[in-house]
Design a protein around this ligand. Structure first.
Ligand SMILES: *Cc1c(COP(=O)(O)O)cnc(C)c1O
Length: 479
């Protein structure tokens, strides 16, 4: 073996670097918990970052690599991180991430997943019970909500479409129904599946941004009249931009009436199955055929890990099988332990470790505590905003996602859009808080997702004060 390779695999080097890194990461976590000492984000323009890393590769000091990575990344453990839906991973899952990387057991076949295949089965069966599915339900873990949604829609096509598209390709236009506000990955999945623009039957939303279920029947009939075979309908729980949940119960009844596959994209809100207070927001989810839940959103896990569960486990065995009729396949008992048969991935991370370690160490209650606390805070922040005439809510929040904008009734929409874009840009450059933005009905909104259990009402009030100060210094000269 070359000297270099000996160095690469040196256990002593691993130990030394590892111990040092754990110390640095511990410091990082404790530092970001003290919001007065650090910024959430040290904003750099893309070209600055590129120049820095190009230079670092040639001239940087290796000893400072990890420190630079920490310094130059966005700090999700910081209580003023209230931006995207990925949350601060529970520290114990940072360790399971390391075990996964070291063991590299790719999980697809049993011999390469003797630990994780059984764990996946246990975890997904627990989720099936929470949803209200039956004994014949099952699922697996996969790499992200985007891939999980695509996989579910492929299962739906296999189970519902009259033609054998898997083997013979398309012979007839196919369609799915989904809210116009659904996550863009649903549309992307439909396009990958070759459904085309006409195959994505978009249902408008109501004033409260939930799917207008009163329009389902007419949109369905129109599609049928246009020769489209509609095979699935997707409910959002919640929609990403607004945090508003669709009426899962009503969509479920509609799906049953027309024998459509009912998929619930609960990437964000699925974790509320564990919340005794907010479980009701998912009413009707048991009517679904498949559900997606992200572990890296509302379940404190590092990215990416997603549960995809099926009411009828056999339909998941059939997704990528050559046989047209899944009912001819053996029962799910046959080889549940080779999870690669049912997943898009061949190799994947040992992601089941994160789910298992959280359940084993802290019990289910930890998910209840987390979701309930964050939804509570989202809703109370909504109340705070409602009382302040300088702000306007897009909609009363149902979850921990809150969309609002700086408001001045004397100004028109274009000016307000300009001001709110400026506010978000200045917040980004300032780095004390990290929030995002979204456009709803042509109005520019600021968007906050409260993901960190260390975030409090006080932080949010401070954010509003800061926004008011920023707004005073924005140039609003009309063009
Ligand atoms: C985040 C999100 C997704 C995408 O999931 P990834 O894990 O980021 O791929 C899909 N749907 C909804 C509703 C989401 O909130």
């Amino acid at each position: 073996m070359s000297k270099l390779l000996q160095k690469v695999y040196s256990p002593v080097d691993f130990k030394n670097t590892g111990h040092q890194l754990i110390d640095e990461l511990t410091n990082h976590i404790s530092q970001v918990f003290d919001e007065n000492l650090s910024k959430v984000i040290n904003w750099k323009e893309p070209h600055e970052s590129l120049t820095f890393w190009k230079d670092f590769l040639s001239n940087g000091d290796s000893a400072s690599l990890f420190e630079e990575v920490l310094q130059r990344s966005t700090h999700l453990h910081h209580p003023k991180y209230i931006g995207h839906q990925v949350g601060p991973a529970a520290p114990i899952t940072l360790l399971t991430a390391m075990i996964s990387a070291i063991l590299n057991n790719g999980t697809a076949v049993y011999e390469m997943g003797m630990v994780t295949n059984p764990m996946e089965r246990i975890i997904t069966e627990l989720l099936c019970v929470k949803i209200g599915y039956s004994d014949s339900s099952s699922g697996f873990l996969t790499s992200g909500g985007t891939l999980a949604n695509l996989t579910a829609l492929l299962s739906a096509r296999k189970a519902k479409v009259s033609a054998d598209v898997w083997n013979e390709g398309h012979s007839k236009p196919l369609g799915i129904m989904v809210s116009e506000d659904a996550h863009y990955c649903i549309e992307r999945a439909a396009k990958i599946m070759g459904l085309g623009e006409q195959g994505i039957i978009k249902i408008p939303v109501k004033a409260d941004f939930s799917m207008d279920v009163s329009l389902l029947e007419t949109h369905y009939q129109n599609a049928i009249q246009n020769g489209i075979e509609v095979f699935a309908i997707v409910g959002s729980a919640p929609a990403t931009a607004t945090g508003i949940l669709d009426d899962l119960d009503a969509i479920g009844s509609f799906a049953q009436k027309h024998s459509l596959w009912y998929h619930v994209d609960a990437a964000h809100g699925g974790a509320s199955l564990y919340s005794s207070k907010y479980r009701h927001t998912l009413k009707g989810i048991s009517k679904s055929d498949s559900v997606v839940i992200d572990g890296h959103k509302m379940m404190m896990m590092p990215g990416i890990t997603t549960a995809l569960v099926y009411k009828d486990g056999r339909t998941s065995n059939a997704t990528f099988s050559q046989k047209a009729d899944y009912l001819l396949e053996d029962s799910q008992e046959s080889d549940w332990y080779n999870s690669g048969k049912r997943t898009f991935e061949c190799t994947k991370n040992m992601m089941a470790l994160h789910w298992f370690v959280l359940l084993k160490t802290y019990g289910e209650a930890v998910f209840d505590d987390y979701v309930t606390m964050l939804y509570d805070l989202g809703r109370s922040f909504g109340e705070t905003l409602k009382k302040d005439e300088r702000f306007e809510l897009a909609v009363a929040p149902m979850t921990n996602i809150v969309c609002f904008r700086y408001m001045d009734r004397a100004l028109d929409t274009a000016t307000l859009n300009h001001i709110n874009r400026q506010i978000r840009q200045k917040l980004l450059e300032d780095g004390e808080f990290y929030i995002v933005q979204t456009k709803l009905r042509n109005k520019q909104f600021l968007r906050v997702t409260i993901m960190n259990p260390f975030t409090t009402e006080k932080h949010l009030v401070k954010l509003l004060e800061k926004i008011k100060i920023i707004s005073e210094n924005i140039d609003v000269l009309k063009p």
